[in-house]
Ligand binder design. Structure first.
Ligand SMILES: Cc1ncc(C[n+]2csc(CCOP(=O)(O)OP(=O)(O)O)c2C)c(N)n1
Length: 511
């Protein structure tokens, strides 16, 4: 086997998007081979962003994206993106140049222990080999429950063999789960990202009982539907629809309701969970029954129940009126965006209080029209996510909401938006610091110095990079800036909010 054949094999099973930074060795030969096979190549400024972008492509396309790096420091730079993809359950293949074990230790240039580097942030690492797991097996491994990153180390030629991949044992179907659901009169569904991967979206849209999703699965059903409860986090306060609806159900039916998709595990009502992993991924929840079960049979039972739509309407109206309080704040900005694009835009949320608001204020229609770091809550990852999404599907504008904390981390990557003239709006929501962290400092009398970011200079930076730029401080100026945008080429809008009302805006909504 040679590198051209490796590229052909990778092209057959991966999405045709390759991100990374090659060196002069096999990484470049591989990128050349992948391009010849029809893949699009994107050189990033940092390998960590490349791994995040490859993972995001995996989430959107269902096939692993590819991130390429050199050995040693190149792989180490991929680590933030591998951790992100692992935590978000995004399938991707990381490909790194590597030393084979037969190369004498005297050759030490860039030499690091790849197994040690990869062990905490990937599902598996294997060397490109003649007889070991092939590329098809590695891609399938990245995609199987729970999806995540797999590292493929490569040299100029494959090694002879590598160890087989450890396969999990399948669990027997849990029939008790269906019996329990059949006895419920007012069941309520909370669906995790498993439901996206399993393709249950349309079936759930047809139900007439409350359906919530985890933040990472937002958009699984059209959130304008009367039975859509919105996002469930486990820590919602009195104005979050979860607080109004859960006490009124007689059974929560989890669909892949996993601990790392919520902010607080545990429920105060009886619950079951359909999950091929059984209880492995849902520690902290006390399910009466959990395990694999026939979704078709479960759906038939749920389709015969009807309740909760009036209650959802009331809860949503209460939340909406709270979101309208306090003057110009992120909720107004999300409404302006929604109106400008009639819901036909993709919203990407970075991490901060604007994200807490956005998760409740934005009504997502489809699962590909919302991205957030719902599991990792990885500040800064919004930039690579938004870029990958805009490259993957430029047919709708992508709107990235990001704050003072996340904007700088991967800002250099946004050169790609200019180079590719992407329909990407960076909506920079600034309150002059880490608004979501400051309340704790204030409460405990801790220093606020590390939490304040004075006079952001990003408008000039993005203008210099080639973005159209606007600074807005109210709904009218924001609407004018949005109306101006044709969607051809990237736009940067700095929206400035008063720190006081900004910090108060989540009260009653989320802990
Ligand atoms: C990679 C990473 N580092 C640090 C954090 C901790 N963290 C969570 S929110 C936040 C501040 C976010 O600030 P900003 O983007 O300004 O949003 P705001 O809090 O003002 O809403 C920080 C530092 C994180 N979630 N991820």
């Amino acid at each position: 086997m040679n590198i051209r054949e490796l590229a052909r094999d990778l092209s057959a099973v991966c999405a045709p998007y390759v991100f990374g930074i090659p060196g002069g060795g096999p990484s470049l030969s591989l990128m050349d081979g992948l391009e010849r096979e029809g893949a699009r190549l994107f050189t990033t400024r940092f390998e960590g962003a490349a791994a995040m972008m490859a993972g995001t492509i995996g989430r959107l396309s269902g096939k692993p994206g590819i991130a390429v790096s050199i050995k040693g420091p190149g792989l180490v730079n991929q680590v933030p993106g591998l951790a992100f993809s692992l935590l978000e359950a995004y399938p991707m293949l990381a490909v790194a140049e590597a030393y084979t074990s037969s190369i004498p230790l005297a050759k030490a240039h860039k030499r690091l222990d790849h197994q040690a580097v990869a062990s905490g942030v990937t599902k598996a690492r294997r060397f490109w080999s003649e007889k070991g797991p092939n590329v098809r097996a590695l891609a399938a491994y990245a995609s199987m429950e729970t999806p995540g990153p797999v590292l493929l180390d490569i040299a100029d030629a494959p090694i002879a063999d590598d160890a087989p991949l450890p396969m999990p044992e399948g669990l027997p179907e849990n029939f008790g789960l269906l019996d329990r659901v059949a006895r419920a009169e007012r069941p309520l569904v909370i669906a995790g990202t498993l439901a996206i991967r399993a393709g249950w979206s349309q079936a759930l849209a047809k139900l007439a009982i409350p359906v919530f999703t985890t933040a990472a699965a937002k958009g699984l059903i059209d959130e304008a539907l009367p039975h859509a409860g919105g996002v469930y986090t486990g820590v919602g306060l009195e104005l979050a629809p979860e607080r109004a609806l859960l006490p009124e159900c007689d059974l929560v039916v989890g669909l892949g309701l996993r601990t790392n998709e919520v902010l607080g595990a545990g429920l105060k009502v009886p619950a079951v969970n359909l999950d091929p992993l059984g209880s492995q991924a849902s520690w902290g929840f006390d399910f009466e029954a959990s395990g694999p079960a026939d979704f078709g049979a479960l759906h038939q039972i749920l389709a015969n129940r009807l309740w909760g739509q009036d209650r959802i309407a009331t809860a949503r109206a209460q939340l909406e009126s709270r979101l309208r309080e306090g003057g110009f704040l992120p909720a107004c900005a999300f409404r302006a965006v929604e109106q400008r694009f009639g819901g036909q835009c993709r919203v990407v949320l970075d991490t901060g209080y604007f994200c807490t608001i956005g998760e409740h204020a934005c009504h997502s229609r489809r699962v590909d029209l919302f991205l957030g770091s719902g599991q990792a809550r990885d500040m800064g990852a919004g930039v690579p996510m938004a870029l990958a999404a805009a490259l993957y599907d430029p047919s709708v504008p992508t709107v990235l909401a990001i704050g003072d904390g996340g904007i700088g981390m991967y800002a250099g990557e946004l050169c790609l938006a200019v180079e590719h003239n992407l329909p990407l709006l960076v909506l920079f929501m600034t309150d002059g610091g880490f608004g979501s962290i400051r309340p704790r400092a204030q409460k405990l009398g801790l220093t606020q110095n590390p939490l304040i970011m004075k006079d952001p200079k990003w408008l000039k930076v993005f203008g210099g990079m080639g973005f159209s730029v606007h600074r807005v401080n109210g709904v009218a100026s924001l609407e004018a800036a949005l109306a101006d945008w044709t969607g051809r080429g990237p736009l940067f809008i700095e929206a400035a909010f008063d720190a006081g009302p900004y910090q108060a805006m989540v009260q009653g909504i989320r802990d």
